[in-house]
Design a protein around this ligand. Sequence first.
Ligand code: HEM
Length: 172
Amino acid sequence: MESAKLFIFAILVVSALGGIVPHRAVVPINDGKYLLETRVTLTGILTVKVTAESTGWLGWGISPTGEMAGSDMIIGGFNADTGEAYIGDRFSSGHGLPALDTIQNVELISASENATHTVLEFSRAVDTGDVEQDLKVENAVQYIVWAAGETDDLAYHGQVNRGAIELNLMDG
Ligand code: HEM
């Protein structure tokens, strides 16, 4: 009888833990002005949520070197003038506006903003199959590039609101 109770207790503990484990902790970037949350599902979908101190465009990408050139990027945001959320799957060939990919492999989940911050959430496949203009999410540490614009015009981010971190997107 006692061991049966213990068994049920153990099951409850394990299932409770199972409910809280899947989300990775928030990664604070740029002194917390760019907060990154990511998750990879077992079916191979990456979900990214960015909360940034900006009412302009937000950029996120996977980079081979930590620099713009060769990076698989998205630029998205919420344009208060038009009342519309926007996102685009892009590829960077160097310093300048990354061009839109021929094949768009990003799904906008939501974008919104208040007077100071934008929240942008999107998903994409870990392996989109677009070998020309997308990079795969690997089970390894990769460079993640990030940037934030001053406005929704896709112009230069300036020297402070951009950078690169190293992260294993599958690890967490
Ligand atoms: C919107 C159009 C964009 C323009 C016109 C632009 C332009 C530039 C320029 C001129 C530089 C060199 C000066 C500097 O170091 O600040 C640079 C650097 C950089 N940008 Fe951009 N950029 C754009 C979008 C993006 C996006 C979307 C990201 C990230 C998702 C990004 C990430 C970076 C990073 C990490 C650097 C420093 C490393 C490097 O030199 O490549 N940029 N950008």
